[in-house]
Unconditional design. Structure first.
Length: 402
């Protein structure tokens, strides 16, 4: 919610109160001017029936505090309006209750009902309120009175309230659908991250254990030192634990937010590079891809590749001082480079680590490739290439979803 949200709602509330107060003053003046002496029955009815406009105004304001009781509040205003109209008719219009405040209160509740209530309930309240506010001036003042013309603006206000309520109802439905999609995307993102960051490590443990069992049962194989086997399993388990902690930390922290679906590639790369604490990362995004919109599977893959590559820099080149992340177009591909110095001389090449495997699978799922390995000058570079597809509809060739 933006900061302007509460101020806007407060302004609407103040305007609503001012309108209800103004109409109440107008109704009071009209009631005094049109009052006529009546008999005993007229006095009794006017005593038993409260001034409906004031009561309706209070009920309309209460809808903000008791949103779950909008149906009851709206029905009460309609009932008050019908009761006031009946009193005016039964007393031969000796005491006419003006309609302005009732009309404003009723249309406010019609809008709220159309926005919040179930379709059948909202339709019933809207129809009854419409009949009540349009019929009230005609029945209370009579068709020969100019005041009966108030039925026209009352009907117009009812129609506007109905339209606004339905528009807000549709907007709320769209917002809920967007939240559901966002939550679904988050769950899918967690599933992908669990697979990328943990599954390979756990698979490595299983492979090592099975290999040790097979070798132990083969008499043709020389006995293997158990300590070496246990050391390999311990190393793989430690890597799995680190990967799991990294994932949990990313989910808990706002420093490494998950990419928004259908974001621009430039924003995704900058967000991922900026989320790597402890590294001074230089980011270069070519103008040709900076504002390039990408579907969720592309933004998720790019985001994870950058994060995993920078995590590897932390792990294997802790003294790196020159870390660069760049993205550009090249021959129909989007090319993502992560390059760093500070690589130790004994760092193995070839890119066979589990993190590299996960990044390769990410790129491969998009029809692309990934290469990782040492470069001259004690550097290491990860390069991912993802086909761009049609220039007019980038990434349109990719399947939707995972």
């Amino acid at each position: 919610m933006t900061a302007a949200g509460p101020r806007t709602r407060r302004g609407v509330f103040v305007a609503e109160i001012a309108l209800l107060v103004a109409t109440s003053v107008v109704d009071t003046v009209l009631a005094v001017r049109t009052a006529q002496p009546g008999g005993l029955s007229t006095s009794v009815l006017n005593t038993l029936v409260p001034y409906s406009g004031s009561a309706a105004a209070v009920l309309a304001v209460l809808r903000r505090r008791f949103a779950a009781r909008t149906d009851l509040l709206a029905a009460s205003v309609v009932a008050l309006s019908v009761l006031s109209t009946a009193v005016s008719v039964l007393t031969d219009r000796a005491q006419v209750h003006p309609t302005s405040t009732e009309t404003v209160a009723a249309v406010l509740l019609v809008g709220a009902a159309c926005r919040r209530l179930a379709p059948v309930m909202a339709a019933g309240i809207a129809v009854l309120a419409g009949i009540a506010v349009v019929a009230a001036p005609i029945l209370r003042y009579g068709t020969d009175s100019p005041m009966a013309l108030l039925a026209a603006p009352a009907g117009l206000m009812w129609g506007v309230a109905l339209a606004i309520g339905l528009i807000l109802r549709d907007a709320d439905a769209r917002q809920r659908a967007g939240l559901i999609r966002a939550r679904t995307d988050d769950r899918l993102q967690v599933a992908r991250d669990l697979h990328d960051l943990v599954a390979h490590h756990v698979s490595g443990i299983v492979v090592r254990v099975r290999a040790a069992q097979a070798l132990a049962g083969n008499p043709a194989v020389p006995p293997q030192d158990p300590a070496e086997v246990y050391g390999e399993i311990e190393e793989a388990a430690a890597e799995a634990l680190v990967a799991m902690r990294q994932l949990v930390g990313m989910l808990r922290s706002t420093d490494q937010p998950l990419p928004l679906p259908d974001a621009n590639l430039g924003d995704v790369v900058r967000a991922a590079a900026g989320g790597s604490t402890g590294l001074d990362v230089a980011v270069a995004v070519a103008d040709s891809v900076d504002e390039l919109p990408a579907p969720s599977q592309v933004t998720a893959a790019v985001h994870r590749i950058v994060l995993e590559a920078l995590t590897n820099v932390h792990r294997h080149a802790p003294h790196a001082t020159d870390v660069r992340v760049s993205v550009r177009r090249d021959e129909g591909n989007v090319v993502l480079d992560i390059d760093n110095d500070g690589v130790l001389p004994d760092t193995p090449g070839g890119g066979t680590g589990y993190g590299i495997v996960g990044m390769t699978e990410r790129a491969g799922a998009l029809g692309g490739t990934l290469e990782a390995g040492p470069r001259p000058g004690s550097r290491w570079q990860v390069t991912a290439r993802v086909p761009l597809g049609d220039e007019d509809e980038p990434f349109a060739h990719l399947p939707k979803g995972i």
